[in-house]
Design a protein around this ligand. Structure first.
Ligand code: NZQ
Ligand code: ZN
Length: 386
């Protein structure tokens, strides 16, 4: 196992009705910016529960944060915070609202010229406003990590940053808040969480049996509960609770300590969102099967472990076992209802070329934390998904 530091101070308030407790986690004199998205929280009653819980606080609301949140909208919120002298952000919504809130929190305190540099030039986050979160969509793990992904509309760029300064002080995970999700978003969440695990698991062995078995446990849970979620006519509390906790555990740092990460699927997927607006999770479901096939030889050991422990495949040649595991992974995403081929999204060769050129312009020679996927291989991965 590799050396690591692990720090995760986020208080999780898990279960139905937990929003009622948030006031005890927000300083009495806080002046709050309540951030939200396109209005789903108004329709499903979440807004009312939150307002009830923070009665008496000084609150300004800021809605309209988009899915795949933009720098442009976030900077509007920064203006509001500065004008009104606010000092706490309460994020109510999915990963997009929370990611935007994290960027806003860092941008307000940023001392340099343009906070975009936090993303584009990896400028460090020295300070940030405190954030609390009420999560309505299990998927990103943003509720218990210090990551944020922001798009700049004007240049079609989608970039990520991470800092412990933007870890939420608390996150409410109430499974009932997910009942109003359209099926498409439930599916997206399951796939995103699944692939977060794969990015931290399907690389190279480092003798990490605890992290491996945690990871495999999350994958198995997502397969079992994911299929149930799609088949259930009505949302079921236990099912939604298990999906919600699985998604948080998939990206709160725990399974990623001391092991070799990848994140190539995300790096490539973000470009498909930037150029074509395809849902984040769907971009991952497109890329991952192609990536695993390309890495069949280099990552053979891990693929065989994945085949055996997650899909129960122990018979056949090495090649057959690996291929079956990859096909089953792709089939799982399709069973959930995701379209996993580029042609199903009207994306063709020109986009693949654009992505390659963009990576070259960024000075990249390879993708992924292990730098084991050359740009040529990246191109072939996408071509295999046409
Ligand atoms: O905007 P509203 O009206 O709230 O509607 C949202 C949005 O349209 C809707 N929604 C959310 N909760 C709902 C609901 N509708 C009905 N009932 C509810 N309870 O769902 C739509 C999608 O929401 P969004 O927040 O965009 O989804 P998600 O949580 O999947 O977040 C996706 C974003 O997170 C980034 C992605 O790149 C993408 O920009 N990621 C962030 C990560 C992180 N911070 O660690 C890691 C991930 O890999 C990912 O990259
Ligand atoms: Zn993701």
């Amino acid at each position: 196992m590799e050396n690591f530091n692990f720090y995760n101070p986020v208080t999780i308030l898990f279960g139905k009705g937990k929003t009622r407790e948030i006031a005890s986690h927000i300083p009495r004199d806080a002046k709050i910016l309540l951030t939200y998205g396109g209005g789903s929280i108004m329709q499903n009653g979440v807004y009312n529960q939150v307002k009830e819980a923070v009665k008496g606080y000084h609150i300004i609301e800021f809605g309209g944060i988009e899915a795949n949140p933009t720098y442009e909208t976030a900077m509007e919120a920064v203006k509001v915070i500065k004008e009104k002298g606010l000092n706490f952000i309460l994020s109510v919504g999915g990963g997009s609202v929370l990611d935007a809130s994290k960027f806003i929190a860092a941008a307000v305190k940023y001392q340099g010229e343009d906070p975009w540099d936090i993303l584009a030039k990896a400028k460090p986050v020295i300070d940030a406003l405190p954030i609390g979160a009420v999560l309505t969509l299990p998927a990103t793990g943003s509720e218990m990590n210090g990551n944020s992904v922001i798009s700049k509309k004007s240049i079609q760029e989608k970039l990520a940053f991470g800092s412990p300064k933007v870890l939420p002080k608390f996150s409410v995970l109430d499974p009932e808040f997910t009942y109003s999700l359209p099926k498409r978003q439930v599916i997206n969440g399951i796939i995103d969480a699944y692939i977060h695990v794969m990015e931290q698991y399907l690389t190279y062995p480092v003798n990490s049996p605890i992290q491996d078995r945690f990871a495999e446990g999350i994958l198995l849970t997502l397969i079992e509960e994911g299929i149930k979620a799609v088949e259930n006519e009505k949302p079921n509390y236990e099912n939604r609770a298990n999906i919600m906790w699985a998604a948080t555990m998939a990206l709160n740092g725990l399974i990623g300590v001391g092991v070799k990460h990848d994140w190539a699927t995300h790096t490539i997927g973000h470009e498909l969102t930037a150029f074509h607006g395809i849902d984040h999770a769907v971009t991952l479901a497109i890329v991952l099967p192609g990536l695993l096939r390309k890495m069949k030889t280099k990552r053979r050991e891990r693929l065989l472990q994945y085949a055996s422990r997650v899909w129960g495949i122990n018979e056949g040649s090495i090649d057959e076992r690996i291929e079956t595991a990859i096909s089953k992974t792709d089939e799982f995403y399709r069973k959930l209802g995701a379209k996993t081929l580029l042609s199903e999204h009207n994306v063709g060769l020109p986009t693949i070329q654009k992505i390659k050129t963009r990576f070259e312009q960024r000075g990249m020679k390879a993708v992924g934390a292990q730098q084991d996927i050359s740009l040529q291989e990246m191109e072939e991965i996408l071509e295999s998904r046409l």
